[in-house]
Structures are given as structure tokens and as C-alpha cells.
Design a protein around this ligand. Structure first.
Ligand code: SAM
Ligand code: SF4
Length: 344
């Protein structure tokens, strides 16, 4: 990134407000682009991963996250790829937990596929993690294997139970997939709600080349919701996380159901988040190619002034909104980077 080395207006402390008046309080960090699964909508089977040398070290990730926390980030989500396959990732969680103790950070959380959760759930809870999101698109072992290409559902179910036993609140994320899990969505919801877990449904987003067209996978959640409404009483909830999710309560189950609808609902006006990749690239919008390199200023100095100025410049360029399109004329990725790089 070019520009003045250190802007006189740049401050090491927050708040970070973009040109449209949105204050950035939520940071999502992809700690690795690697994964032990290959969900077909996310990665191709022979996905090429980044050379390990390109990745930020865990110490650098800690420094980067801490700089954002100093600038007003209150919620930090670790994601990936699969965050729990990064070697020693728990040392990062443990060191970041100091910001929970100091009160600078309100929430430290992660999104995981759950395969390694049984090993780490207890330590996550000890580090002050209170809630996690676990991605699970089906309860059928064969379908799970088909979606993830080789995953074993039992490991994920075991991970979810370990997390619950450790006292973590679990929310299930499921991508709505045409002809794959669409008939199973009511059962998935009843299962999750029966265990006191929320369920959030996600529309397939056109990110990254995956070797097959999205039109075959895309199931609009407006249709899913209309179908569910024939069977269940759905009541809109006012709450918003500043993100793309909208929630309803389901009278029959007493649970909460979320809809993430980037394709059918515009949520950009309340966007409070930015993302960093495992190589230290900052993306201020999931649906744009915009990117700012933070690794260079991070490595250029052990002080945070350069880094902080680079963050301010990037926030100053946050786009107003995104423009995802999937239709028969646009059956191509809108954004070339994969979700596993950007971190979902
Ligand atoms: N590996 C972890 C997991 O699966 O939860 C964290 C990273 S994953 C990229 C985060 C979320 O993105 C998952 O819930 C996954 O289902 C979702 N996802 C991946 N590719 C997607 C796509 N193209 N469209 C919509 N959601 C996607
Ligand atoms: Fe891995 Fe998560 Fe992508 Fe599935 S969605 S391939 S678990 S990163």
C-alpha cells in the first residue's frame, strides 16, 4: 500500500469510523487458509494452499489483533480455513484472552467445522470464549461425507457435545444447498433447537473458483423461509449484530433461527466489520476485491504507528456496499478469493 508513512491524524486508539459513518468494532481473522475438509461449495478438491512462509506467525497475528483492539474492536472472531488446524492456535487464543481480562475486548469467539473441537473445547472455555459457531449442513453421515468430500460427522457431533459440556454456547451454521439439504432444514432446526442451540442458515455466496457453477447450489433463503412458515410460526426479532443475519423466533421449538442473505437482502448500511487474512491482508468488504496489505507495515517496525496509519487508510476506503450476483448470465465467482482465505 502506498501513501504517507504516518498520517498526523492517525491515532493508535479508536474509534475507527469509515467515510459512511460506520464504526468498526468487529474483526474477523482467518488464522489459516488450510482445512481438514473440502466442502464442495467452499473449495475444490485439489485446492492449492498458500506457502507456509507467507503466513503471519501467531505472534504477528496477536500483534495485529491487539492493534485493532486498541483502535476500538470489541468483538474478535477467529476463523479460516479451519482455525483449529493451525498448529498451536490455542497459544494465540490464550494470549488474546488478556484483552478479555482487561475489558478492552467484549467477545472472543470462533467459527469452526467442529472436527477438532473435542480436543480444544475445555481450553477455549478456560480462555474466556463463551460462544462458538459450528458449521454443519446436514445430520446425515452420507450427505455430510458428500458435502465435505471425506468428513466424518461423528467427530463433529462429538465436538459439539464437548463444547456444550465445557459450557460454551453453540450456534449451528448451515449453508442452504439446493437438492442437498433443503428437505432436511426443518429437522436440522428441530435438532439444534432441541439442544438449546441456535441455527443460522446461509446462502451460497459466489466466492472463489470451485470447479462447478453456483447456480446448481444456490437456494434462496426467501424460499426456505416461506416453506418453513407453512409449518412453523416465525416471528421477526429486532436484534441485529450489524451483519447480514436477520433472526426470527420459532414458537413451536422455542429456538432462534437466523438467515444470512447476502444475495437477497442488503445489509451493508449497518456493516461494522472488517476481515484480515492469514497473510495480513485487510478486506473491508466481503463482496469487493478491495485489499490492503498490513503485513508490510507490521514487519517494517516494532512500533505500531505505521500499522495503525495503514489501518486508518484502509478503513477510509471501505466501500459503501457489495454487489453479489448469481444468475444464469453471471454463473461465475463475483469475487475471486475463496471464503476460506477471507474467513467467512
Ligand atoms: N472452517 C470453518 C467452518 O467451516 O466453520 C470456518 C471457515 S468457513 C469458510 C466459515 C463459514 O463459511 C462456514 O459456515 C461455511 O459453511 C461458510 N462458507 C464457505 N464457503 C461459502 C460460500 N461460498 N457461500 C456461503 N458460505 C460459505
Ligand atoms: Fe473447510 Fe470451513 Fe471451507 Fe468447509 S467451509 S472447506 S470446513 S473452511
Amino acid at each position: 500500500m502506498n501513501g504517507p508513512a504516518v498520517s498526523p491524524l492517525s491515532s493508535l486508539t479508536g474509534p475507527m469510523t469509515d467515510p459512511f459513518g460506520r464504526t468498526i468494532t468487529y474483526l474477523r481473522v482467518s488464522v489459516t487458509d488450510r482445512c481438514d475438509l473440502r466442502c464442495f461449495y467452499c473449495m475444490s478438491e485439489d485446492m492449492t494452499f498458500l506457502p507456509k512462509a507467507d503466513l503471519l506467525t501467531l505472534e504477528e497475528l496477536d500483534r495485529l489483533c491487539s492493534a485493532f483492539i486498541a483502535k476500538g474492536v470489541k468483538k474478535l472472531r477467529l476463523t479460516g480455513g479451519e482455525p483449529l488446524v493451525r498448529r498451536n492456535v490455542m497459544s494465540l487464543v490464550r494470549s488474546l484472552s488478556r484483552h478479555l481480562e482487561s475489558g478492552a475486548l467484549r467477545e472472543l469467539t470462533l467459527t469452526t467445522n467442529g472436527t477438532q473441537l473435542a480436543k480444544h473445547a475445555k481450553e477455549l472455555a478456560e480462555c474466556g470464549v463463551r460462544r462458538i459457531n459450528v458449521s454443519l449442513d446436514t445430520l446425515d453421515p452420507q450427505k455430510f461425507r458428500a458435502i465435505t468430500r471425506w468428513g466424518e460427522i461423528d467427530k463433529v457431533l462429538e465436538g459439539i457435545e464437548a463444547a456444550r459440556s465445557a459450557g460454551l454456547a453453540v450456534k449451528i451454521n448451515a449453508v442452504a444447498l439446493k437438492n442437498l439439504n433443503e428437505d432436511e432444514i426443518p429437522a436440522l432446526m428441530q435438532w439444534a433447537h432441541g439442544k438449546g442451540m441456535g441455527l443460522t442458515l446461509i446462502e451460497v455466496m459466489p466466492m472463489g473458483e470451485i470447479g462447478t457453477g453456483r447456480i446448481d447450489q444456490y437456494l434462496p433463503l426467501s424460499l426456505v423461509r416461506a416453506r418453513l412458515a407453512q409449518q412453523f410460526t416465525l416471528t421477526d426479532l429486532e436484534e441485529s449484530t450489524g451483519g447480514p443475519a436477520r433472526y426470527v423466533s420459532v414458537s413451536e421449538t422455542g429456538g432462534k433461527l437466523g438467515f444470512i442473505t447476502p444475495m437477497t437482502h442488503n445489509f451493508c448500511e449497518s456493516c461494522n466489520r472488517v476481515r484480515i487474512t492469514c497473510t495480513g491482508t485487510l478486506h473491508t468488504c466481503l463482496g469487493h476485491e478491495d485489499a490492503s496489505d498490513l503485513r508490510k507495515p507490521l514487519r517494517a517496525s516494532s512500533e505500531d504507528a505505521l500499522l495503525s496509519a495503514a489501518i486508518d487508510r484502509a478503513i477510509g476506503l471501505k466501500p459503501k456496499g457489495h454487489d453479489f450476483i448469481i444468475d444464469r448470465r453471471h454463473n461465475r465467482p463475483s469475487v475471486s478469493r475463496h471464503m476460506s482465505v477471507t474467513g467467512g
